[in-house]
Each structure stands twice: as structure tokens, then as C-alpha cells.
Design a protein around this ligand. Structure first.
Ligand code: GLY
Ligand code: MN
Ligand code: MN
Length: 445
């Protein structure tokens, strides 16, 4: 299991503080447990920003940073050690170990927050926190009121709050070499799980059984589980973009679309493959599949520093529309069909999103009204698709109910890109070969 060293998290906190004015007070809350039903809870997933800055996986903690603070610059408020509670819900790190193992200047119990935060506020020049977090904001207001009440005339409170999420989003967008290692591992595990699903798929299986095969592989390989709800859509279910029910029987002759990725050390893989249940594509399936593949490979071949995700999307759309006209699924001139967005009947989503600790990761897509230029260290998906609704009018019914998406994860390098998910086949020969039991050798694109 790969782990980032504590120095990485200390350095990130330092770098974040250094990017802001002296005495800027930063507040980053952890996630909290969410009730599933009565007294059971959903599995705990740490807040991505908090994880990025601490590597600490307990609920109900607060990270506080303030450069030049008299109390210490890197502070943690976390659950106290509690023998009885730990017997029920697991060992807590506590304060002493938080300082040693997580590299904080000081750690306090949660009960100390209301005593310490008003003091820090009086010292602070400005405040940075996730401004859409209502619970944190109302606590912040209470700390301000306490600071006023306690320090009266000495209290000169900061009067500016800025959204920390955006600042952190920009940091998180460019992945460091050690993050890239973890993302490669998430991609590798995700790819192996897709290969396994293709190899075991048989007509008559339930979609949820294929899901179980994927998620088994995730865990067996050291991932914490799926990075998002696994989508296993056979037949016309593939036309439902976020189909997560996975409840139907997989029928002979259909395609199966699987969109699933492992989460490894918090980082997401995000792969989609579409393959024939019976191991061989039909003519229509093949024609449509090769068109989506062409768009996927085109966008990958264009990826390099200086281009934009919008350009990749436009190139994919142009490729898909040209092919749809050739197949007779769209009628008219390509530029006009693009202008009128006629392709949205069959291709209604974007081609890319950032990928990282969140499957739809943070970071701005546009800056000062312009599409942002790609830079080395950015990781994103390329995922063109075509979805012909089962009841689509005006076309040969042979096409109806076919849904195809091909999704890869790519890392922008100095000269182009590296496909992190090339260990799963995506050409027709590659897929049919793997399903026949052949060994698959990964290709570059
Ligand atoms: N799995 C979600 C997505 O592809 O965006
Ligand atoms: Mn995606
Ligand atoms: Mn996906």
C-alpha cells in the first residue's frame, strides 16, 4: 500500500499559508458521519480538501492554519481519546499523537474549539474558509460574537472572508509526482477490474453480479472501494447516463456499458468501457462503436499543454457529427448540425472533467472568461459517447437502444499526454480478443 509521508501534508499546509497574507486564518472542516438509517451510518469518506491537507481520516475535526499566530501556525482540533467510545467505533488518534504523527504544532480536543477560535479571530487579518459550508459559517459567527463579548475594545475582528475552496482547488488541480503515482495505481486497479468484468461476463448474469466482480477486484487490490456509484448498464440501460440500479439480466446480443473506477488513497479512477455480452460486436454496434473510439482517440492525440478542454470537446463533437451523418443518423450539413446542437440528441454530455481526489475534481475550467489552457500535471477524463434512445423516431430501429461511451484518464505531460487507463482494451479486436481469453498488451493511445 502506498502512503504519502507526513512531510507532504506539512508542506502543502505551509505552501497554502505562504500563498495568503500573514495572519490569514484558514478553517478547513473534516467530513462528519451521515446517518444511513436509524442508528447506522454511511461508510465514512473524508472531505477531500481536509484529506489533501492532513491525511487524517477521522470525522469531526477542524484544521486551523494561521501564519504568524501566537498559538501555533498549524493547528488541529480533533476527537479526544475515549476508552469507551473507542471500544465501539475504533481507535482515535487523539491530540498527542496528532502532533507527532501528523506534524501539527498543537492539537486540541473538540471541546476546546469555542475557547480557542475567538482568540485566533482577534489576531487574524482575514478569514479563508469554504463559504458554502453553512454549518461552519454559523459556528464562525458564534466565535465572532464570543470574541466581541470576551475582548470588547481590544477586539478588532477581520472583516473579510474569502472562499478557500477555490484557492485549494487551484492547488489540487496540478498533481505532484507523488500524487500521480497514486492516480496511476487507482487507474491500474480500475483497469484490472474492467478486464475482469469483460472476461467473466456471460448472457444471463445480472448487472449487479458484474458490479460485484468489479468491486471485488477494487478491494482485493487495495482500493477502498468504488470512487463513485458503479454503472453497469446492459442493452438500453446504457442510454441512462447515471444508471446505478444495475438490476437487470444481461441479454445475449446486447452491449454492456460499465462506468466504474476505484478509489485509491482518496484518488479516483474513472473508466468506461462498452463491450458485447456475447463477445462479438454486431454490425450496427461495431459501426457506432468505432465512431466513438475515433472521437476518443482523436481527443487523446490532441492533448498537450496549451490546448483547452473546450477544443477537445469541439474536436470530439465534430468527429461524432461527421460520423453520424455518414451513418444516416443525422441529416444535414456538419457545421449547421453543430451550430444547431442537433447532436445533443445522441451526445448530451461533455467530453472531459478534471480528475483527482474527487471524480469530478476541483479547479476552474475557465479563467477571466477564457477556456483554461492545459498544463503538465493536470489529470482529466476523455469520455465521448453516443446514446440512441430506445424510442428514437426518424431513424432505422436497428440503431435504437444502443449506448456507447469510452472513457480514459489522461495526464498532461510536457510534450503531450499519458493515458493512465490503457491497460483495458478498447479496440474491437482488443475487446473481442480479451473476451476470447487472449492476453491483452496495452497500447499507448
Ligand atoms: N463516472 C462519472 C463520470 O464519468 O463523469
Ligand atoms: Mn468521467
Ligand atoms: Mn465515468
Amino acid at each position: 500500500m502506498k502512503h504519502l509521508p507526513v512531510e507532504t501534508f506539512i508542506k502543502r499546509r505551509q505552501q497554502l499559508m505562504d500563498s495568503l497574507p500573514d495572519k490569514a486564518l484558514l478553517l478547513v472542516p473534516s467530513a462528519t458521519l451521515v446517518t444511513r438509517s436509524r442508528d447506522t451510518e454511511h461508510p465514512f469518506r473524508q472531505d477531500s480538501d481536509f484529506w489533501y491537507l492532513t491525511g487524517f481520516n477521522e470525522p469531526d475535526a477542524l484544521l486551523v492554519l494561521m501564519k504568524g499566530s501566537t498559538l501555533g501556525e498549524q493547528l488541529l482540533f480533533n476527537q479526544p481519546k475515549d476508552k469507551i467510545m473507542e471500544t465501539w467505533t475504533g481507535v482515535r488518534l487523539g491530540q498527542e499523537a496528532a502532533v507527532i504523527q501528523l506534524g501539527f504544532d498543537k492539537a486540541f480536543t473538540l471541546a476546546e474549539i469555542d475557547a480557542q477560535l475567538p482568540k485566533l479571530l482577534v489576531e487574524a487579518s482575514e478569514v479563508w474558509m469554504p463559504i458554502e459550508d453553512e454549518a461552519l459559517y454559523s459556528r464562525y459567527l458564534a466565535w465572532r460574537q464570543q470574541a466581541r463579548a470576551r475582548f470588547r475594545k481590544q477586539a478588532s475582528l477581520p472583516n473579510r472572508i474569502t472562499d478557500l475552496s477555490q484557492q485549494l482547488g487551484e492547488m489540487r488541480l496540478i498533481k505532484t509526482p507523488e500524487e500521480i503515482e497514486l492516480m496511476k495505481e487507482a487507474a491500474r486497479i480500475s483497469a484490472e477490474a474492467h478486464n475482469r468484468a469483460m472476461q467473466v461476463c456471460r448472457p444471463g448474469m445480472y448487472e449487479y453480479q458484474l458490479q460485484a466482480e468489479l468491486e471485488h477486484e477494487f478491494k482485493m487490490q487495495g482500493a477502498s472501494g468504488p470512487a463513485y456509484g458503479s454503472i453497469v448498464g446492459s442493452g438500453e440501460n446504457a442510454c441512462v447516463l447515471h444508471y446505478v440500479e444495475n438490476k437487470d439480466v444481461i441479454q445475449k446480443g446486447d452491449l454492456v456499458l460499465i462506468d466504474a473506477g476505484a478509489e485509491y488513497q482518496g484518488y479516483a479512477g474513472d473508466i468506461t468501457r462498452t463491450f458485447p455480452v456475447s463477445g462479438v460486436f454486431s454490425l450496427q454496434q461495431k459501426q457506432l462503436y468505432n465512431l466513438v473510439l475515433k472521437a476518443n482517440q482523436l481527443a487523446i492525440s490532441l492533448t498537450k499543454p496549451g490546448v483547452t478542454l473546450e477544443e477537445l470537446h469541439q474536436a470530439s463533437v465534430h468527429c461524432l457529427v461527421t460520423g453520424l451523418v455518414e451513418l444516416g443518423l443525422l441529416k444535414g450539413e456538419v457545421p449547421h448540425l453543430i451550430e444547431a446542437e442537433a447532436y445533443k440528441t445522441f451526445y448530451m454530455h461533455g467530453t472531459s472533467h478534471w480528475l483527482g481526489l474527487d471524480v469530478h475534481d476541483v479547479g476552474l475550467y475557465r479563467q477571466e472568461g477564457q477556456a483554461r489552457l492545459l498544463e503538465p500535471g493536470m489529470v482529466f477524463t476523455i469520455e465521448p459517447g453516443l446514446y440512441i434512445a430506445p424510442d428514437q423516431q426518424g431513424i432505422d430501429p436497428l440503431w435504437c437502444g444502443i449506448g456507447i461511451r469510452i472513457e480514459d484518464d489522461v495526464l498532461v505531460t510536457e510534450t503531450g499526454c499519458e493515458v493512465l487507463t490503457s491497460a483495458v482494451p478498447k479496440t474491437i479486436e482488443g475487446i473481442e480478443g480479451l473476451m476470447k481469453g487472449e492476453v491483452y498488451a496495452a497500447t499507448r493511445i
